[in-house]
Design a protein around this ligand. Structure first.
Ligand code: TEU
Length: 587
């Protein structure tokens, strides 16, 4: 492994600052709150912290709408606090990766305010301004330049009365898209990134970085998308997902900003395919180290998409993850995640969050993910086995995506209770309830009124308890991280899926070919046996029995980590697993 490839054996921990720890009692997490809990993260044995946005922002999308890339929002603290945090992270032997949100800015960013000042503004072309559709005056329904549906409901175009043009926003109307065709935009972003590297940060998590290149036509037009049934909108994604100049823009960024730095770069990429991901992450191409795929997060979506979630059919998940493992085996690199600030809690989604199975299912989900090939990401609270929020009414939700979807559907005549039932299991607020530090008031998150309700189960599910209990989810994750750090097979072994059709059990091998060499004593060639790591996991709340043909030796190896110390021994090729039991076996 080259020195600059350190991230291949690293584990990343994501902090969502708003919900992590509040030091000043305003109900919103902040940098000094993070500083006071760094030892929790260090003890977990991770290598890197990824900090979700802490920049100056009106917080229409909780900081993913940035008004100043080079300042800290007062609700989170100051630049001096951030410098202190960078130093404290480094002191503990960890690294800090910043969130880079440059597909769009806030509409309150000085660049956009200047752009908006009129068609003659020198920054007009920094964003996507377009006149109304021919034959329309503008501002009325149907006059938008394209029919694209926003990620956050409604049109992707916002009418600006003063200059009689629309601007593009793939997300909220307060998140205007930057025009990456304009070289000044790219240079301004590069300069800002260099400023952060000079400040001591160790890399970037790049928000929706595969949406920055729009398929603008030779005449300057953006095309309409295929109509979405039941709405007046179309699907614009083919015209902005992995667009024509996406690779060029990332190569340019690499060469201009971090060619010589041993940084971690991860591109968040909704809609990315395996083939595209291989191109983005092939080191020869000098773009990014790894990408976040969304494919495995979509395997439980029904025909209605995200808001129409279904129980998991395990073979679908296995086949999807296996395809990514195999697709990026020779070139490129995977990132691995179950959770982040946009996804519901995995123990509630694909585990079993009942008191009986919550801990075992959280551990087994961790095992299955962390023994894959790639760089794992742990989202705050995942190491506690935190569950979904179970918010009671729409008034409790804060997430703009959930709220806009609710309003749009209800306006279209849908039954409000049915819409709420669709939102509850998948809303991003599930991930955003305050971190559960202890059993005290507000889970020790704040002394004030938390911005989002604390989950009542914090009395049993909290950091204080799991750090004390050697059999907890926390210590299981810590051991998973140790395995990654001590066994090269976890980083380098080839992946082979077993039992693809099995509906309860997720089983796979990692294989490191035996070293070939010459026996010094005899002079003849030798081949050590392959090293094999077997992962076998019951992903259900019932007993499961499997037959692992030809794997008697693998089954009889050293059990490195298990959820059930009193597990039944393998009998030949047959193994019976308790509900949510998993084992990692090395032979
Ligand atoms: O998310 C991009 C994205 O496409 C989704 O995760 C998304 O927000 C939504 O849940 C899709 O249904 C990134 C950030 O992670 C997210 O928090 C931001 O809201 C978004 O970009 C805009 O910056």
């Amino acid at each position: 492994m080259r020195h600059s490839d350190w991230w291949r054996s690293a584990v990343v921990y994501q902090i969502y600052p708003r919900s992590f720890a509040d030091s000043d009692g305003d109900g919103i997490g902040d940098l000094r709150g993070i500083l006071s809990h760094l030892d929790h993260i260090a003890e977990l044995g991770v290598d890197v912290i990824w900090l979700s946005p802490i920049y100056r922002s009106p917080h229409d999308d909780n900081g993913y709408d940035i008004a100043d890339y080079q300042d800290v929002d007062p609700s989170f603290g100051t630049l001096a606090d951030l410098d202190e945090l960078i130093a404290a992270v480094h002191d503990r032997g960890m690294k800090l990766v910043m969130d880079l949100v440059v597909n769009h800015t806030s509409d309150e960013h000085a660049w956009f305010e200047e752009s908006r000042s009129g068609p003659d503004s020198p920054k007009r072309d920094w964003y996507w301004w377009r006149p109304p559709r021919p034959g329309h005056t503008g501002g009325e329904e149907g006059a938008e330049p394209t029919n694209w549906h926003s990620f956050f409901s409604g049109s992707t175009w916002e009418w600006d009365e003063a200059s009689a043009e629309y601007y593009l926003h793939l997300f909220s109307r307060k998140q205007p898209d930057l025009n990456w065709e304009n070289v000044e935009v790219r240079q301004a972003v590069h300069a800002m990134m260099r400023w952060w590297l000079d400040r001591g940060v160790d890399g970037f998590r790049m928000d929706v970085i595969n949406l920055i290149s729009k398929a603008v036509q030779p005449d300057g037009d953006l095309p309409d998308g295929v109509a979405k049934p039941g709405t007046r909108f179309g699907d614009g994604s083919p015209f902005y997902t992995c667009g024509p100049r996406n690779h060029e823009f990332l190569r340019e960024m690499h060469d201009e900003v971090y060619a010589d730095a041993a940084v971690l770069t991860v591109g968040e990429m909704p809609g990315v395919t395996i083939d595209e991901a291989r191109r983005f992450t092939d080191p020869e191409r000098r773009e990014v180290n790894m990408v976040f795929t969304f494919e495995h997060m979509g395997v439980d979506h029904g025909p209605g998409g995200k808001w129409d979630s279904r129980p998991l059919h395990l073979p679908d998940l296995k086949l999807n993850l296996a395809a990514w493992q195999e697709g990026l085996a020779d070139q490129g690199w995977n990132s691995l995640y179950w959770n982040n600030h946009d996804q519901p809690r995995i123990v509630s989604r694909w585990g079993d969050d009942s008191p009986e199975h919550r801990v075992a299912s959280a551990k087994t989900l961790g095992t299955v993910l962390h023994m894959l090939r790639g760089t794992p990401y742990v989202y705050q609270g995942e190491e506690l086995g935190m569950t979904n929020a179970n918010l009671a009414s729409i008034d409790e939700y804060r997430d703009i995506e959930s709220l806009n979807h609710y309003r749009e559907q209800v306006a279209l005549g849908a039954d409000p209770q049915a819409v709420l039932a669709g939102i509850a299991p998948v809303s991003r607020d599930n991930a955003r309830t305050p971190m559960q530090w202890d059993a005290g008031p507000n889970a020790g998150f704040t002394t004030g009124e938390p911005w989002l309700p604390v989950t009542p189960n914090h009395v049993e599910v909290n950091a204080e308890i799991v750090r004390r209990d050697p059999d907890s989810v926390f210590h299981h994750y810590r051991r998973l991280h140790e395995l990654r750090h001590t066994l090269p097979i976890v980083t380098d072994g080839r992946f082979r899926l077993l039992l693809p059709e099995h509906e309860q059990v997720f089983a796979y091998l990692r294989v490191l070919p035996g070293a070939e060499g010459v026996d010094v004593a005899t002079g003849s060639g030798t081949t050590d046996a392959d090293q094999v790591l077997l992962v076998v996991a019951n992903m259900s709340s019932e007993l499961a029995t499997v037959r692992l043909e030809g794997l008697v030796n693998a089954l009889a190896g050293d059990v490195l980590l298990t959820t059930h110390d009193d597990g039944a021994p393998a009998v030949g090729e047959r193994l019976t697993l308790a509900p949510w039991e998993s084992r990692i076996v090395l032979s």
